[in-house]
Write a protein that binds this ligand. Structure first.
Ligand code: DGL
Length: 275
């Protein structure tokens, strides 16, 4: 049975874990939330990269993971290339805003992108967007909105803040497009945002498609691991680890994924460093 590490700045990667559990029911998952250092979206690239490397080292050395899913767009943007160099023998799957599927889905070519400031400001994101715009046979416009504070509000499960930030950011995207009905597709470019899906759907209405990446990432992970198809087998509760408050992660995993296990503390600073 493979052991797969799944990592995010906080609770957002649970949206990817949910898809992974459906796609790879026979695997053992170790979920690590770096909630003591969340949100990543407003931290420097170097900071995010250092945290990502540290967590990967700890998961590898202390939990024997065979593969790692970086279930965080911001960490993928800043750290996935050096991470692959550091662990050349370990499959590493990252998460990127689903611009390509959104472009295929959009009728108007006006696509909103909600993501962290770090993701939207990264060279990796600019490359992805520019390649797609160059390759597209029709004009595409990506209206990119940094959503400061939204991942943190989801971390705190603060519904009034989630509501008002979603209102603000959806309004900004509509404003950028110049006309109320131009945007027909919005990319959820942060793994926290699927947990605001209900609020976003109500604000956007039924004519706007909201696109996230959880299922695509889970399928990619299955392909990378060479597992043919989801096989029914005994379900192992994921091990939940956090640098922050274990009670908050336990509650989030229970609320959103129906998991029963209790999260434990992941001490990335106190334990000895490992190569
Ligand atoms: N969930 C993360 C992402 O996908 C990061 C959110 C944050 O910590 O700012 O970008």
């Amino acid at each position: 049975m493979k052991t797969i590490g799944v990592f995010d700045s906080g609770v957002g990667g649970l949206s990817v874990l949910q898809a992974l559990l459906a796609e790879l029911p026979g695997a053992r998952f170790v979920y690590a939330a770096d909630s003591a250092h969340a949100p990543y979206g407003e931290r420097t690239a170097q900071d995010v990269s250092e945290r990502t490397h540290r967590i990967a080292e700890v998961l590898r050395a202390q939990h024997g993971i065979d593969a790692l899913v970086v279930a965080c767009n911001t960490a993928t943007a800043h750290a996935i290339d050096p991470l692959r160099l550091q662990f050349p023998d370990m499959p590493i799957v990252g998460v990127e805003p689903a611009l390509k599927p959104a472009a295929a889905l959009s009728r108007t070519g006006h696509i909103g992108v909600l993501a962290t400031r770090g993701t939207l400001g990264s060279a990796r994101f600019a490359r992805l967007r520019d390649q797609l715009m160059r390759a597209s046979p029709r004009p595409l416009q990506f209206h990119c909105q940094p959503c400061d504070g939204l991942a943190a509000a989801i971390e705190r499960h603060d519904q009034p803040a989630i509501q008002s930030l979603c209102e603000l950011y959806v309004k900004e995207v509509t404003h950028m497009a110049g006309s109320p009905n131009a945007v027909d597709t919005i990319v959820l470019g942060c793994t926290h945002y699927p947990f605001a899906l209900h609020t976003l759907s109500q604000l956007c209405g039924p004519d706007v498609s909201l696109v996230d990446t959880g299922v695509a990432v889970a399928r990619r992970t299955r392909d990378v691991l060479g597992v043919q198809a989801p096989e029914a087998s005994s379900f192992a509760e994921p091990l939940l680890l956090t640098t922050g408050d274990p009670v908050a992660l336990t509650q989030a995993a229970h609320r959103w994924l129906g998991l029963k296990g209790e999260a434990q503390r992941l001490a990335t600073e106190l334990r000895p460093a490992v190569n």
